[in-house]
Design a protein around this ligand. Structure first.
Ligand code: G4F
Length: 341
């Protein structure tokens, strides 16, 4: 919207409100929402027909890797066939010459990695129902590009995080827990594989690159990553440090623990509940092509800055929640005493 675009988004009908992250946009004259679902081709066709977009960014997915083991069929329908539904809608509305399409592809395609670091030429080895579905999405985009000369591209994005990240992804789970523990609202954090390695970047920088991919002269796929790798353990240690707690890790595997250096209290433990049947443990991207051909800066926001901004946002969020609790507690007391009616 800052670039002067009219933005049309799609939402799914739900009886509970889940629009918290876009609430600040609603009511803006350049922002429009339509009901649609990637599992429902007619709804996609209807929106494309009505809006006749110049650019489509398909960021919709069942995007939780662990959940894809519990809901593999739903994941396949949305993350694989859903991509096909968008491409076909554009084709059936005769927009192939004017509409550019960005597909949110993923570093999970590298899965059980065959090369480190990974770039546009690294072979894929998907290692979850999510990654297998996303692999179809990647290939169908390539197929439509070649078969119908469409400007459609995949951004092979490594993990991209922010203060808006869903609370069950590991980074946000950690920053929120660190903030809650630091403010006395939680006792302990349970995590899965602490040794898993990721190339974590800032979502805001990555969205800028998605846009650059669609402004490029030719439709191509790009790896988007920072080129730096850290473990879940490192992320955890740094997040707690920014929340004012120094952690020391002791033990191995399921017995590893994160201990508060100052108090000796165990604050982080491992729970097998968060292990995956097959886990991707060594993601590390090489963003050289995006840097060279799009002029994108993969190090605009450093790992340290990313962790810091996420912790600061969660420290503020928890503080506001606590203030709200105090107001409610006071109010309850006043009501009980009949001071307010
Ligand atoms: O934060 P995660 O759940 O993200 P994951 O699986 O890497 O997937 C994210 O990034 C992909 C891009 O590479 C996207 F395609 C995908 O949609 C999603 O956005 O887990 C990161 C790592 C994993 O190895 C996991 O096993 O952290 C490990 N982990 C350790 N403890 C945990 C936990 N993950 C979660 N979610 N929760 C834990 O307690």
């Amino acid at each position: 919207m800052e670039k002067g675009y009219d933005v049309h988004g799609t939402i799914r009908r739900s009886s509970v409100d889940y629009r918290e992250r876009i609430a600040h946009l609603e009511g803006h004259p350049n922002f429009h929402l339509h009901y649609a679902d990637l599992g429902d081709s007619m709804s996609i066709l209807q929106v494309v027909k009505k809006v006749r977009p110049d650019e489509i960014y398909n960021l919709a997915a069942q995007s939780h890797v662990q959940v894809s083991f519990d809901s593999p069929e739903f994941t396949a329908d949305v993350d694989a066939t859903g991509v096909l539904r968008i491409l076909e809608a554009v084709r059936q509305c005769d927009l192939t010459d004017t509409c550019r399409i960005y597909q949110a592809s993923t570093s999970e395609l590298y899965g059980k990695v065959e090369q480190v670091p990974q770039d546009e030429h690294t072979p894929f080895h998907p290692y979850s129902p999510y990654a297998v579905a996303k692999l179809y999405g990647y290939w169908i985009v390539k197929e439509y590009r070649e078969a119908y000369d469409m400007f459609c591209c995949s951004g092979i994005l490594f993990n991209h995080e922010s203060e808006r990240r869903g609370e069950t992804f590991v980074t946000r789970k950690i920053t929120l827990a660190a903030a809650r523990i630091a403010q006395g609202k939680q006792d302990k954090l349970y995590l899965g594989n602490l040794s898993s390695l990721r190339d974590w970047g800032y979502a805001k920088d990555y969205v800028e690159c998605m846009w650059l991919i669609l402004q490029n002269d030719k439709p191509e796929d790009f790896v988007i990553a920072t080129g730096e790798q850290h473990s879940v353990r490192e992320f955890c240690q740094l997040a707690f440090r920014y929340a004012g707690i120094e952690l020391r890790f002791e033990g191995e595997g399921e017995n590893e623990k994160g201990i508060d250096v100052k108090t000796g209290k165990v604050l982080v433990e491992v729970s097998p509940d968060f292990y995956r049947p097959t886990d991707v443990v060594n993601l590390w991207g090489n963003p050289a092509k995006a840097k060279r051909e799009l002029g994108w800066n993969p190090q605009k926001t450093t790992f340290e800055q990313l962790v810091k901004l996420m912790v600061e946002a969660d420290m503020a969020k928890v503080a506001v929640e606590r203030a709200g609790e105090r107001v409610r507690t006071n109010l309850e007391e006043y009501l009980e005493k009949g001071i307010v009616k």
